[in-house]
Design a binder for this molecule. Sequence first.
Ligand code: ADP
Length: 189
Amino acid sequence: MKLILLGPPGAGKGTQAKFLIEEYGIVQLSTGDILRKAIADETALGLQAKEIMARGDLVSDDVVNAIISERLDSEDCQKGFILDGFPRTLKQADSLSAMLLEKNMKLDAVIELKVDEEALVARILMRAKEAGESRADDNETVVRNRLDVYRELTEPLVAYYEAKGLLRTVNGMSDMQSVKEAIRKALQN
Ligand code: ADP
């Protein structure tokens, strides 16, 4: 199973990715996690990404494209994966299409978690509070910027994947269990 999880910050992509990993025995490729690890490890990539991420802006397409392209070649991705946080721009989506073609891989579905923005802000700020200071990109100004960035740059991917017949939209506002069920059902057709 080769999937993309699409949805604004705080939509619950991480939670649902965990469920999909268990359900289908596939791996999660989260560009956010990979970048945060690079920052923690103080690699060249981390140093480059740190300030951009702290503002809630996007790291350059070339950087994330390279990260994903390399990951897709590893053994653990061959039987399936969930892309979480990538693609985030139309340019990234086009690069992904080209990569998959070249690697002879095909997406099964794109799951869109649809959520209400105000509820999201509340959810993210709550998560930040619970996590302490661990995420510099979780204060309100930055969260609002991340949502603006999502609306402007990432939301167009909904139409992009709809046109390819891959889009499955799920209501992300219901409880975790119902979202799981909805995803399971969406992937059956
Ligand atoms: P969330 O899950 O809260 O939406 P992520 O963990 O996916 O956030 O991403 C955190 C930050 O990492 C983003 O705000 C952005 O700066 C950077 N990032 C992650 N994925 C990408 C991507 N595909 N393109 C550009 N920047 C990215």
